[in-house]
Write a protein that binds this ligand. Structure first.
Ligand code: ADP
Ligand code: MG
Length: 142
C-alpha cells in the first residue's frame, strides 16, 4: 500500500495531481480522515490533475453535499459529513453517480459502507504533528 508524506497544503495538492493520473476514468475514491486532515485539499489536487477545474474553484461540499466539475471527464466531490442516515445519502442519487464514467471523490463515505461500490480506492489521511500528513492509498475489491 503506497504511503506518501506531505508537509504543506501545496504538497498535498501536488500529490492529488499525481494520484489523479493513476486513477481509472471511472472510480469511487473514498477520502478518509478527521476534520481538517486534508481531504478537501487532496480533492483540489485530484480535480486539477484530471483537468476538470483549478484548485481555487474547488470548495468543500459540506453544506451542498455534491459538487460536479467537468464536463469531461466528470468529477464529483461528495461530502456526507452532515448526513446521519443511509437513506438520506441514498436519496442523493449516489447509485446513479457511481454508474457514470466519472471519478467520484467522497468524504465521510465510510459512514455508509452499504452505499459504496465494492471496488473502490481508499485514501487515508492522518496528521502527525504540525502540518505533516501521512497519506495511504489502497485499492480494494470487497
Ligand atoms: P478536511 O476536508 O479533511 O476536513 P481540509 O482539506 O478542508 O480538511 O483542511 C485541511 C487544513 O489543514 C487546511 O486548513 C490546510 O491549510 C491545513 N494543512 C496544513 N498542512 C497540510 C498538509 N500537509 N496537507 C493538507 N492540508 C494541510
Ligand atoms: Mg472536507
Amino acid at each position: 500500500m503506497p504511503t506518501f508524506r506531505t508537509g504543506t497544503e501545496e504538497e498535498t495538492i501536488a500529490l492529488g495531481e499525481r494520484l489523479a493520473r493513476e486513477l481509472p476514468r471511472r472510480a469511487a475514491v473514498l477520502l478518509i480522515g478527521d476534520l481538517g486532515a486534508g481531504k478537501t485539499t487532496l480533492a483540489k489536487g485530484i480535480v486539477k490533475g484530471l483537468g476538470a477545474a483549478e484548485p481555487e474553484e474547488v470548495s468543500s461540499p459540506t453544506f451542498t453535499l455534491i459538487h460536479e466539475y467537468g464536463p469531461r471527464p466528470a468529477v464529483y466531490h461528495v461530502d456526507l459529513y452532515r448526513l446521519d442516515h443511509a437513506r438520506e445519502a441514498a436519496r442523493l442519487g449516489l447509485d446513479e453517480i457511481f454508474e457514470k464514467e466519472a471519478v467520484v471523490l467522497i468524504e465521510w463515505g465510510e459512514k455508509f459502507p452499504e452505499l459504496l461500490p465494492d471496488e473502490r480506492v481508499e485514501i487515508r489521511i492522518t496528521s502527525s504533528h504540525d502540518n505533516q500528513r501521512e497519506i495511504t492509498v489502497d485499492r480494494i475489491h470487497i
